[in-house]
Design a protein around this ligand. Structure first.
Ligand SMILES: [Zn+2]
Ligand SMILES: [Zn+2]
Length: 388
């Protein structure tokens, strides 16, 4: 039976898992209930091995094919964590924990990969080993990075790896992908400007940190407009400005700013980091103050390998018939990038229809997407490790 037909049969079961996860959202690494249920199900499917606690609360299932003539190992990845959002969907299976919600559809991703694992464990029509990966803490915690650091790739001998994210605005059952950079690197910076505080009526006796900070904010805009090649994507946003003065008439001694940098290219990423520091330090110096800059690297660029992207698109086309292979890159960031940095692979978007955007309180994963998503996961294992 082709995967898609089997998943039409499995739809009620996979939907029930999805809605159970939806009712019980968990944040970051605290996904014990979800991970426990994932492990229990993987064991019930007859996976050859189930490993818990990788990257703190990640789960890995090993499924061996009917044959293994070439030693091929393919990783398929889903994420398990929810968001600190008060749900406003009104669905009967809404979150039972006010302030926590599956608003990014990771409940759907986990359920779809479980469905694929069930199918692959019962059919095993592939030559090699499928590794199903369930990661915690995609929403800012770096669970993917921790699983990699915990030996995910080497311990299981993963040779290539594939991931998927649902996407509102794309019709259900349609896929979208592109080779190369698909999602941005997200870095954070903090700039601390120190001057000389004092009476606001005596600016000549002070070094006004608010004026220095304002010049820095404006000058940072020249990174995108004057420094980086206009054909390369870059975002520099200052999002927090805080002074140690709450008065109308006190020039603050210190102003702290926080912001984010989004880039699509490692060279641009390095260059922007250098320019943020030069601009902040140089501008402060020119105006008689001092700036200290802290730059922290977050998730790297999510890069789809060219050959693997062609395979991912072919499998998606077989599943749904509609694949956009030139979808525009997004300036959001994705923790799966840590796995793609280790091994070639691809990340694909699956349509969620005309719903609220992910991270919105009214967002909900569309269960009608399940047969497409599960079929794609299972199809990737079968296509990359064809039986002889
Ligand atoms: Zn998200
Ligand atoms: Zn997400």
């Amino acid at each position: 039976m082709p995967p898609k037909n089997r998943f039409a049969e499995l739809l009620p079961e996979i939907t029930a898992w999805r809605r159970d996860f939806h009712e019980h959202p968990e944040l970051l690494f605290d996904v014990q209930r979800t991970a426990g249920k994932v492990s229990e199900l993987l064991r019930s499917f007859g996976c050859d091995e189930v490993v818990e606690g990788l990257g703190r609360t990640g789960v890995v299932g090993v499924i061996k094919g009917k044959t293994d003539t070439a030693g091929r190992v393919v990783g398929l990845r889903a994420d398990m964590d929810a968001l600190p959002i008060l749900e406003a969907t009104g669905v009967p299976y809404a979150s039972r924990t006010p302030g926590k919600m599956h608003a990014c559809g990771h409940d759907g991703h986990t359920a779809m990969l479980l469905g694929a694992a069930k199918y692959l464990a019962e059919t095993r029509n592939f030559d090699g080993t499928t590794i199903v990966i369930f990661q915690p803490a995609e929403e800012g915690g770096g669970g993917g990075r921790e699983m990699v650091a915990d030996g995910l790739i080497t311990r299981f001998g993963i040779q290539e790896v594939y991931g998927m994210h649902n996407m509102p605005g794309i019709p259900v059952g349609h896929f979208a992908i592109r080779p190369g950079a698909l999602m941005a690197a997200a870095d954070q910076f903090e700039i601390v400007v120190t001057g000389k505080g004092g009476h606001a009526a005596k600016p000549h006796d002070c070094v006004d940190t608010t004026v220095v900070a304002a010049h820095i904010i404006v000058a940072l805009q020249t990174i995108a407009s004057r420094n980086v090649d206009p054909l390369k994507q870059v975002v520099v946003s200052v999002c927090t400005v805080a002074t140690d003065s709450t008065a109308h008439n006190v020039i603050p001694q210190v102003v702290k700013m926080k912001g984010t940098v989004r880039t699509m290219d490692a060279k641009v990423q390095d260059y922007v980091e250098t320019r943020v520091a030069q601009i902040a330090e140089g501008t402060a110096l020119a105006l008689g103050a001092r700036a200290e800059v802290h730059h922290a690297r977050g998730y790297p660029v999510t890069v789809n390998a060219a050959e693997n992207t062609v395979f991912a698109a072919d499998v998606a086309r077989a599943v749904s018939g509609v694949v956009d292979t030139d979808t525009p890159p997004l300036m959001g960031a994705e923790d799966f990038s840590f796995m793609l940095n280790e091994r070639p692979g691809a990340y694909i978007f699956l349509g969620n229809g005309d719903t609220a955007m992910v991270h919105h309180p009214a967002y909900n994963f569309d269960d009608n997407a399940i047969p497409f998503g599960s079929s794609w996961y299972a199809g990737m294992a079968e296509a990359r490790m064809p039986s002889p």
